[in-house]
Design a protein around this ligand. Structure first.
Ligand code: NAD
Length: 351
């Protein structure tokens, strides 16, 4: 099995690449531009495995992507490359439109031309998995869950750009017959998560005795999924998902942001004690504009149709994650130092 993964140097993409190469023994070509969010150190575990190749390229670059397809000849594309940080999309949306919308358009077009030339058997077996977010559905009230049929209603420039890319992916299936499957997942957490995101930022600021910023009153709810559970789900959806269908992915782990931050503080008190409790560092900051109140996923379709189950619950997953950051300073320290934003410690993202 040959899989072309885009964005494989990012948080979720690297978990996907590690799973495909190390657990499944697949051949993988990782296509990544290595933006500030991408680092090949997340793939150190792969070592010199012969099945793994890396190409530094922009998904908007038509000739680079076409050439990669023609030389690697994948059976499957798993498209994860994106600009992913909601706060950055609010202060500068252009990169989000270029990469998430135009980049996805380019991936679909290059894939279509490659796929059209395949022989009948390979053509029928080919899959393009477009990886997306539950944020495209907008915000929930106190009740209800996002289903695959929930209408799109994105709030941020990030989620609007992802929604646009989902529509393009579905249109390429309906119009051209490209075998596309779409997945929409809730918030991921786990090892190798870039230090600007809520959970790693909280752990690292707590470690350094810095303020732990929480938006608004901290009551916003997210549905957390351990990243390795997402990677397994994506492999399964690419393998057995029905063409033209959407699959929601979520861990049934709804938590208020303040409860997530408080739990990290408790773990830090136990694992890396300080003279004062870490919770005393919690600092409420002005709410994010357009901040969605609640996300929660109904993953019944994925569970019943494809037999997927999240293996990690939030209590064990968050403890593993805190321990991982405590033990892997070699990974996060260069990223935290090299990170150009002056927002570290001031703003965070729920993603
Ligand atoms: P990330 O920001 O950690 O990684 C993105 C990767 O894409 C990086 O390695 C970056 O270098 C690469 N990239 C960015 N622009 C590129 C371009 N123009 N060309 C080539 N490579 C480029 O993101 P993530 O959190 O791993 O998210 C991966 C995918 O999953 C995204 O499509 C995101 O929308 C989706 N998603 C994320 C979450 C989450 O909680 N993080 C949840 C659901 C869905």
């Amino acid at each position: 099995m040959r899989v072309l993964v885009t964005g494989g140097a990012g948080f979720i993409g690297s978990a996907v690449v590690r799973h495909l190469v190390l657990d499944k023994d697949y051949e993988v070509l990782n296509v990544d531009k290595l933006t500030y969010a991408g680092t090949q150190t997340s793939l150190n575990a792969i070592g010199n495995r012969p099945g793994y190749r890396f190409l530094k390229a922009d998904i908007c670059d038509r000739s680079a992507i076409s050439e990669a397809l023609l030389s690697f000849r994948p059976d499957r594309i798993m498209h994860l490359a994106a600009e992913s940080h909601v706060d950055r999309s609010i202060t500068g949306a252009r990169d989000f439109v270029e990469t998430n919308v135009m980049g996805t358009f380019n991936m679909l077009e290059c894939a279509r031309h490659y796929w059209m030339e395949l022989e009948a058997e390979s053509k029928a077996a080919f899959r393009f998995l477009h990886v997306s977010t539950d944020e495209v559905y907008g915000s929930l009230g106190a009740d209800g869950l996002f289903e695959e049929t929930t209408p799109y209603d994105p709030s941020s420039p990030y989620s609007a750009s992802k929604a646009a890319s989902d529509h393009l992916a579905k249109a390429w299936e309906r119009t051209y017959g490209l075998p596309v499957v779409v997945s929409n997942c809730s918030n991921n957490y786990g090892p190798y998560h870039f230090p600007e995101k809520l959970i790693p930022l909280t752990i690292l600021n707590a470690m350094e005795g810095k303020p732990l910023p929480v938006y608004g009153n901290g009551a916003n709810i997210r549905d957390w999924l351990y990243v390795e559970d997402h990677a397994r789900a994506l492999d399964l959806i690419a393998e057995r998902g029905r063409v033209g269908e959407t699959y929601n992915v979520g861990g049934r782990n709804e938590r208020r942001n303040i409860d997530v931050v408080t739990r990290i503080c408790e773990l830090m008190d136990a694992l890396a004690p300080k003279p004062v409790s870490h919770a005393s560092l919690i600092t409420y900051v002005a709410d994010r504009p357009g901040h969605d109140a609640r996300y929660a996923i109904d993953a019944t379709k994925l569970e019943t149709e494809l037999g997927w189950r999240a293996q990690e619950n939030f209590d064990t997953g968050i403890e593993k994650t805190v321990r991982w950051y405590l033990e892997n300073e070699w990974w996060w320290q260069p990223l935290r130092q090299g990170y150009s934003g002056d927002r570290l410690g001031l703003l965070n993202s729920d993603k």
